[in-house]
Design a protein around this ligand. Structure first.
Ligand code: AGP
Length: 613
C-alpha cells in the first residue's frame, strides 16, 4: 500500500526520489522519508503528508547521487516520524524501505536484540535493516547480505536497500505480492519504483521483478538473480502510457481530470477491438478457439470495491450475450467458500491496479482447482496481468485519484466487448445483434462527452445544497443496481458521507424506515424495462418526504415533475447505459467532497493499491 522510489546516476538523487514520491503519495500517505548516500548515509523523515518532508528537505537538503524513498501506510507502529521509512541500523551502515509485512518480525527482533542490536522504531521493517547489517558484519557483500536476510523473512515484501559502503548500488527485491518492484532503465542512470507513474517522466523502459527475484542496480548495469543467488535474464518492457497522462494539467484534482478523460479512455478501449462493418470483436490475448469458448461452463468474476461492481454489470452482459453462467464474488471471500471450480471454469479477475492481494488470492484459488485465469487489468506488468493465462490490458491510462472512475467505465466497456466476443465465439450472438451493439459502442464516447460538457448538469448547486447531509441512499434496478452501489461508494470514499446503494425493489424491505425529509435519495430512472417500477419507488420516497434526486434520460418530464432535482443523461443503448449513468454520480460525489473541503485525491485511510489482506 506504500510507495517506493529509488535513483542512482549522476543527478541529485533526493530531488528525483522526492518528485517520484509525490507521484506515489496516493498509495499511502501517513509519513514519508528519503535516505541518500553522500559520503555517509543521511536520512530525512516526517510524519503526515509529503509537504512535511518537503519542508524538512528545504531546511536540511540531501545531497548525493544515490537515494531511496518511501511513502508509508502504517501497518506496524503509529504513523509518526520514528516509524517512517527508511530505517537504518545504529551505525548507519544500511537503510531499508519496505512495502508489506514481516510476519515473523517479533521472533527476529527478539533474536537480534539478544545479539545486541538496538531498535529505534516500532516497525516490522527495522528487522530487515539489522539482519542485513549483521550479515555485512559477517563479511558478506551487500547483495549477499541482502539475499541471506530476505531468505529469513516470512510474508510478502517489496524492499529497497542502500549502503554508504556501496555508493553506486541499490538492491531491490520482490517477495510475494506486496506490490510491484519496477526497475526503470536510463542512460548512465537507473531508477526503481513500486509504481510506473513515479518514473514515467524519466523512462518508459522498465523491467518488472517477479516473486523471489532481486536486482542489483548501478548507474550502468542491472543484474538480476533469485534469492538462491542464481542469475535471471529479464525482458525489458516498453510502457505505453503517455508521461503527460500522469500529471494533473489544468484540473484541480486527478479525480476530476480522470472523470473528464472517460470519453477518450472509452474510445481507446473500443479502437482496434471491433470491426464496425461486421460487428466482430477480437481478443487475441485470450488465445481462445471457438471449441474452447464453447466448453466454458462457468465464469467466476472476482474483484474488490469498484471493480466488483463492474463485475456485477459484467455478469449481466456475459449471461445475456454469451449465454454462459456467471457468478460474481468478492475476491476477499472467494477462497473461503470452497467454490465449485474445475478445468471448464474461467476465473475472470477485474483490477485497476493489478496488485490487489485479495484478487490475487482468489486467482490462486482458481488456479489450484484447474481453472483458466483471465483478467481485465489497467497496469501493465502488474501481478494480476502476469499470472493470467489471458489478460486484457485496459486502455484507461494511469489512474492516480484513489477513487476509481475512468478505470470503472473502461472495465465496463471491456466487459461489453468480451461478452460480444464470447457470444460470437460460442455462436450465440447473431450478426444483427453484433452490428447493433457495434453501432451503439461507436456512439458511446460521444455520449460520455455530452454528459461531461460544461453546464450539462448543475452538480455544484446540488452539492452545495446537500453536502452537509449525513446520509444518502442510492437506488437502481437491473443494470443500474451496481451503478447505485458505485454511486454510494464514490460518495462515501471521498466525502465521508454515509451512503447506501440498494436494489430499488428492496427499499421497502428495510431502508424505507430511514427515509424522512433529511434523506436525499438518488434514484437511477432511465427509460428501460424497469422504468415503471423505478417510478413507483420514487413515489414511495415522496410519500415519506424524502428528497428525490432522479437520474433521468433527457426530456423525461414525467419523472422530472415527481423529483426535487434531476440529473440528466442522453439515451444510450440499454446495455451500455451503466457506462453513461455512472458519470453524473462520479461528479456528484466529486463536487460534494469539494464542498466539504475533503482531500479528494487522497481520502483518509484509503490507498490506491490494496496490497494487504
Ligand atoms: C475504488 O474507488 C476504490 N478505491 C476501491 O474500491 C478499489 O476499486 C478496490 O480496492 C479494488 O482495486 P483494484 O481495482 O485495483 O483491484
Amino acid at each position: 500500500m506504500c510507495g517506493i522510489v529509488g535513483y542512482v546516476g549522476a543527478k541529485n538523487a533526493a530531488d528525483i526520489v522526492f518528485n517520484g514520491l509525490k507521484k506515489l503519495e496516493y498509495r499511502g500517505y501517513d509519513s514519508a522519508g528519503i535516505a541518500s548516500v553522500n559520503g555517509q548515509l543521511e536520512i530525512r523523515r516526517a510524519g503526515g503528508k509529503l509537504v512535511n518532508l518537503q519542508n524538512k528537505l528545504a531546511d536540511q537538503p540531501l545531497l548525493g547521487t544515490l537515494a531511496i524513498g518511501h511513502t508509508r501506510w502504517a501497518t506496524h507502529g503509529a504513523p509518526v516520524e520514528r516509524n517512517a521509512h527508511p530505517h537504518a541500523d545504529e551505525q548507519n551502515n544500511v537503510a531499508v524501505v519496505q512495502n508489506g509485512i514481516v510476519e515473523n518480525f517479533v521472533a527476529l527482533r527478539q533474536q537480534l536484540q539478544a545479539e545486541g542490536h538496538i531498535f529505534r522504531s516500532d516497525t516490522d521493517t527495522e528487522v530487515i535493516t539489522h539482519l542485513i547489517d549483521k550479515h555485512l558484519a559477517a563479511g558478506h557483500t551487500l547483495p549477499d547480505a541482502c539475499r541471506l536476510s530476505f531468505q529469513q523473512l516470512h510474508g510478502a515484501h517489496a524492499i529497497a536497500v542502500i549502503s554508504p559502503a556501496h555508493p553506486d548500488t541499490i538492491i531491490a527485491a520482490r517477495l510475494g505480492n506486496a506490490g510491484g518492484v519496477i526497475v526503470g532503465l536510463g542512460d548512465h542512470e537507473n531508477y526503481l519504483a513500486s509504481d510506473i507513474p513515479a518514473i514515467l517522466e524519466h523512462t518508459q523502459q522498465v523491467v518488472f521483478l517477479e516473486d523471489g527475484e532481486m536486482a542489483v542496480i548501478t548507474p550502468d548495469s542491472v543484474d538480476y538473480c533469485r534469492l538462491d543467488g542464481s542469475p535471471v535474464t529479464k525482458p525489458t518492457t516498453t510502457i505505453t502510457w503517455d508521461p503527460v497522462s500522469a500529471v494533473k494539467g489544468q484540473y484541480r484534482h486527478f479525480m476530476q481530470k480522470e472523470i473528464h478523460e472517460q470519453p477518450q479512455s472509452i474510445q481507446s478501449t473500443i479502437r482496434g477491438r471491433i470491426d464496425f462493418e461486421s460487428g466482430q470483436v477480437q481478443f487475441e490475448e485470450l488465445h481462445l478457439t471457438p471449441e474452447q469458448a464453447q466448453r466454458i461452463d462457468r465464469i467466476f468474476i472476482t474483484a474488490c470495491g469498484t471493480s466488483f461492481f463492474a463485475g456485477q454489470v459484467g455478469r449481466f452482459l456475459l449471461e445475456k450475450l454469451a449465454k454462459v453462467k456467471v457468478s460474481v464474488d468478492y475476491a476477499s471471500e472467494f477462497r473461503y467458500r470452497d467454490p465449485l471450480v474445475d478445468e471448464n471454469t474461467v476465473i475472470l479477475a477485474l483490477s485497476q491496479s493489478g496488485e490487489t492481494v485479495d484478487t490475487l488470492a482468489a486467482m490462486e484459488e482458481g488456479r489450484q482447482k484447474g481453472a483458466a485465469l483471465w483478467s481485465i487489468v489497467n497496469v501493465q506488468g502488474s501481478m494480476v496481468h502476469k499470472i493470467s493465462n489471458g489478460s486484457i490490458l485496459m486502455q484507461a491510462g494511469p489512474e492516480i485519484g484513489v477513487a476509481s472512475t475512468k478505470a470503472f467505465t473502461t472495465t465496463l466497456t471491456d466487459l461489453m466487448l468480451l461478452a460480444m466476443y464470447l457470444g460470437q465465439q460460442r455462436g450465440v450472438l447473431s450478426a444483427a445483434q453484433s452490428l447493433e451493439l457495434a453501432a451503439a459502442l461507436a456512439h458511446l464516447p460521444e455520449l460520455a462527452g455530452q454528459v461531461l460538457a460544461e453546464g450539462y448538469n448543475d452538480y455544484d448547486s446540488l452539492a452545495r445544497l446537500y453536502h452537509q447531509k449525513e446520509h444518502f441512499l442510492f437506488l437502481g434496478r437491473g443494470l443500474n443496481y451496481p451503478i447505485a452501489l458505485e454511486g454510494a461508494l464514490k460518495l462515501k470514499e471521498i466525502s465521508y458521507i454515509h451512503a447506501e446503494g440498494y436494489p430499488a425493489g428492496e427499499m421497502k424491505h428495510g431502508p424505507i424506515a430511514l427515509i424522512d425529509e433529511n434523506m436525499p435519495v438518488v434514484s437511477i430512472v432511465t427509460q428501460d424495462h424497469v422504468y415503471d417500477k423505478m417510478i413507483s419507488q420514487i413515489e414511495q420516497v415522496r410519500a415519506r418526504n424524502g428528497i428525490v434526486i432522479s437520474l433521468i434520460n433527457e426530456g423525461d418530464d414525467e419523472v422530472a415533475r415527481k423529483s426535487d432535482h434531476v440529473l440528466t443523461i442522453p439515451r444510450a443503448h440499454p446495455l451500455l447505459t451503466p457506462i453513461i449513468s455512472v458519470i453524473p454520480l462520479q461528479l456528484l460525489a466529486y463536487h460534494t467532497a469539494v464542498w466539504r473541503g475533503a482531500d479528494v485525491d487522497q481520502p483518509r485511510n484509503l490507498a490506491k493499491s490494496v496490497t494487504v489482506e
